[in-house]
Design a protein around this ligand. Structure first.
Ligand code: SF4
Ligand SMILES: [Mg+2]
Length: 420
């Protein structure tokens, strides 16, 4: 049970190299939270990518792990959503994340969002082997970058202050950290503390060397500004705009059926998958549909994964398909390695498929063209296996754009016969 006395640090070994500055900072933050009498349940730590982000595993408060540099943006959302001064939103990120996400920090400072950003600045990207960040001092860059690429480090504390932070400070890791962190956490509004630290594995190994290399001195900057508040308007949930599909048909499915529909991008594979999943709902089944296609939408393969089930679906992945409906070579090349010996294949007759497994070949593309082949193949398959009436597929197609073309593809698929 989390209490003020228990603090935010769990009794677990720290996940860092021996001597890492992150260990010191985390312990100081824990002490600050205890001394201020803050319950761990009122602390939300948003961590970033990098060694400092490993802190999640040793924290007994609320934690959110962000993308690299984006933790501050997440924390802004949390803070503005809560708008509760008794909740402490604290970002923990490194010098790499701070400079990747510098705009997020400046924006949060400019708007004076109520939160604290702790920058654990060991002056290098520690986790990936000591590369330079935007806060690496020139003295550390000499053996890491060619001379022409050596530019001064950002003065993060001055930047945050100029942007509008009410409290911004730089402090070298050690006993003084606690006092600075305490003021930052206590101060309403946006605060930033840059803690200059060691990374014994890839950066500075000793505290006394930090002051010799750090480009800017320890400093505390304060100013007074109003805190950013927002008025929220209650709006209808997007889910409320989704019309339920009434159950109008029966089904005869007794267990989950995993269906892959594979073809070429731009040929209606995803739409056909959605229609199959929707038709299954109209027949009283649970269904899910997921799509996979290259980032360059419109070229290459397109695969729709559809699960039909008489019981709720808690895991939406398909490891081994029961049925694969394949209407082009792009689709076949993509999914053939996923098939098992028992996967039933419905394939376009143009495909060179030499698998020794249950297979039906039909001239879908010749009958309805590439753009309608997937839907015609689904109609053909449903007609063959009768898991639920084809009328369900017709019903859900009626409200779609190009309803007439969909109806034509279904009607044609229903009439087709296997080749050979
Ligand atoms: S690599 Fe550096 S920053 Fe990462 S845990 Fe080790 S000492 Fe700490
Ligand atoms: Mg770092």
């Amino acid at each position: 049970m989390a209490t003020v006395e228990s603090g935010i640090l769990l009794e677990r070994p720290m996940p860092y190299c021996p001597g890492c500055g992150h260990t010191v900072v985390n312990k100081q933050l824990d002490q600050v939270v205890r001394e201020l009498g803050i319950s761990p349940l009122d602390v939300i730590v948003v961590s970033d990518i990098g060694c400092c982000g490993l802190v999640d595993g040793v924290l007994g408060c609320h934690t959110v792990h962000g993308l690299h540099g984006r933790s501050t943006a997440l924390a802004v959302g949390i803070s503005l959503g809560l708008q509760n001064p008794s909740k402490k939103v604290i970002v923990v990120l490194g010098d790499g994340g701070a400079t990747i996400g510098l705009q997020h920090i400046l924006e949060a400072a400019r708007q004076n969002v109520d939160m604290t950003v702790i920058v654990q600045d060991n002056m290098v990207y520690g986790m990936t082997g000591g590369q330079v960040s935007g806060l690496t001092p020139e003295s550390l860059k000499q053996d890491r970058l060619p001379e022409e690429e050596q530019v001064p480090a950002f003065d993060l504390v001055q930047l945050a202050h100029t942007a509008g932070a009410v409290f911004s400070a730089r402090v070298v890791v050690g006993a003084g950290v606690k006092e600075v962190l305490r003021e930052a956490v206590e101060t309403p509004g946006f605060s930033l503390v840059e803690i200059v630290e060691m990374c014994p594995s890839y950066g500075i190994r000793k505290v006394k060397e930090l002051k010799e290399v750090m480009p800017y001195p320890e400093v505390v900057l304060r100013q007074t500004r109003p805190i950013r508040r927002v008025q929220f308007q209650q709006k209808a949930s997007l889910l409320e705009s989704i019309t339920a599909i009434p159950v109008q048909f029966n089904h005869r499915l007794e267990q989950r059926l995993h269906v892959l529909i594979a073809g070429s991008a731009g040929e209606g594979i995803q739409s056909a998958g959605e229609l199959l999943a929707s038709a299954a709902m109209a027949a009283g089944l649970y269904s899910t549909k997921k799509g996979e296609y290259p980032i360059t939408v419109g070229t290459g393969f397109s695969v729709a994964e559809v699960i039909l089930s008489p019981t709720p679906i808690h895991y939406t992945g398909i490891e081994t398909p029961d049925v694969a409906i394949v209407v082009s070579a792009d689709g076949w090349n993509k999914i053939q390695s996923r098939l098992s010996a028992s996967t039933r294949l419905i394939v376009d007759e143009s495909l060179a498929v030499d698998k020794k497994q249950p297979m039906v070949r039909v001239d879908f593309r010749g009958a309805v063209g590439g753009r309608s082949a997937a839907l015609a193949a689904i109609a053909f398959w449903l007609q063959q296996e009768e898991w639920f009436p084809l009328e369900a597929l017709r019903l859900v197609s009626r409200n779609r754009k190009y309803a007439a073309a969909l109806e034509a593809a279904i009607a044609k698929g229903q009439q087709l016969s296997p080749v050979g």
